[in-house]
Write a protein that binds this ligand. Structure first.
Ligand code: KDG
Ligand code: MG
Length: 404
């Protein structure tokens, strides 16, 4: 079998997605996701100018060799753009291999280790009452695990979610540039335990509750928050501090038993190695589209299993239904599975990406279609042209640029 063509499809059915289609001389094709939210066209250029010409004529069955060729062979290792490009190709190649083997991808990985995949939904509100209402709506929809994000009194918007209104900013509004939001850790820290106290009162103890701090704290602040949240038994506290210095997590670990989840912006096993070896985290959040596809993710998750760390693939709406499909096949197989994030998609996104995966209440399943079971309707995709978009940026009240 030979690769004859690779197409990069950019489409915006609700938000921007970069999709890779690898076509072979035997009529089989595979689909991959290469979306990096807010930097989409950098990956398109990387693929079209530098990757695709090297792959035409190669055997798509040699997934590992192609992965190494694109990783080691480019000299400039790692980084979100390189790794998203590798991921897009790799997910498509695993799709082809599973189709050639006439089996769903999870069978090729080793078969199912469970019958269904627990996922968590997103719930958010500007006030505690709004958060409670949003969490209850998700619970009524059947979810057994829910991430709760709350607005902080005194600030507009809800931190850490893309749809936050943020401060009025004429530059952003006029030129379609990043929105600017305002942040105060002093106001956030005492507020969040009150949110979870109320949530436990109303929602009870049979629903897993999660919270994402979105890299906004220092280690000692995160240690305090983890401690203050202990009475409410969170499933996890996510991304408490940036992970450029993994040793920052040692201090958090010394002070709290609240479980820690990290890694949605990691690209390789090396980003997570020390955190896992020292058991500084409980859940690893890497996802197929950003961490080297099925090949990269499998390597990270196997390493995590050595240290008793469980998996929790990143799965917001900017991780396309294609990467979601790949994640779900890995989730069904991986022995050290923890949970899968699932924030849902707009109707237009479902239509552009027909998929075999499905949700039943609080659980997902990749389906039994051969390959990973997700396709792209290219004609429909063409009706949703790319629109430049950004994640917001965040500033402290004195104007200092902070973590978003
Ligand atoms: O593109 C970035 C978003 O996906 C991210 O902000 C969402 O933190 C996030 C999460 O946990 O889903
Ligand atoms: Mg997150």
């Amino acid at each position: 079998m030979k690769i004859t063509e690779i197409r990069v499809i950019v489409s915006s059915p609700g938000r921007n997605f970069v999709t890779v289609k690898v076509i072979t001389d035997e009529g089989l094709y595979g689909i991959g996701d290469a979306t990096v939210n807010g930097r989409e066209l950098a990956v398109v250029s990387y693929l079209e100018e530098h990757v695709i010409p090297c792959l035409i004529g190669r055997d798509p069955m040699q997934i590992e060799d192609i992965w190494q060729y694109l990783y080691r062979g480019c000299y400039w290792r790692r980084g979100p753009i390189t790794m998203a490009a590798i991921s897009g190709i790799d997910i498509a190649l695993w799709d082809i291999k599973a189709k050639a083997a006439n089996m769903p991808l999870y069978q090729l990985l080793g078969g199912a280790s469970r019958s269904k995949i627990m996922c968590y939904a997103h719930a958010q509100g500007r006030s505690i009452d709004e958060v409670v209402e949003a969490v209850m709506a998700k619970k009524e929809d059947g979810y057994v695990a829910i991430r709760a994000q709350s607005g902080v009194p005194g600030f507009e918007g809800i931190y850490g979610i893309g749809s936050s209104k943020g401060e009025k900013n004429s530059r952003a509004r006029i030129k379609n540039l990043p929105k600017e939001e305002v942040w105060s850790t002093e106001k956030y820290l005492p507020h969040i335990p009150k949110v979870f106290e109320k949530l436990r009162d109303v929602v009870g103890w049979d629903t897993h509750l999660l919270h994402d701090a979105h890299h906004r704290l220092t280690s000692i602040e995160a240690a305090r928050l983890g401690k203050d949240l202990e009475p409410y038994r969170l499933f996890w506290l996510e991304d408490p501090v940036p992970a450029e210095n993994p040793e920052n997590y040692r201090l958090i670990r010394k002070h709290t038993t609240t479980p820690i989840a990290l890694g949605e912006i990691f690209n390789t096993i090396w980003d997570a190695r020390q955190l896992m070896e020292e058991q500084l985290i409980d859940y690893i959040r890497t996802t197929s589209v950003h961490a080297g596809g099925v090949t990269g993710l499998r390597r990270i998750f196997d390493f995590a299993s050595v240290y008793g760390i469980r998996t929790a693939c990143h799965g917001p709406s900017d991780v396309s239904p294609v990467a979601m499909g790949a994640n779900l096949h890995i989730d069904l197989w991986v022995p050290n599975f923890g949970i899968q994030e699932f924030s849902g998609y707009r109707e237009a996104t479902h239509e552009v990406f027909p998929h075999a995966w499905s949700r039943d209440g609080g659980y997902l399943h990749p389906g039994e279609a051969i390959g990973h079971g997700v396709d792209i309707d290219e004609d429909l995709a063409a009706k949703y042209p790319y629109k430049r978009g950004y994640l917001p940026v965040n500033r402290l009240q004195d104007g200092t640029l902070w973590h978003w």
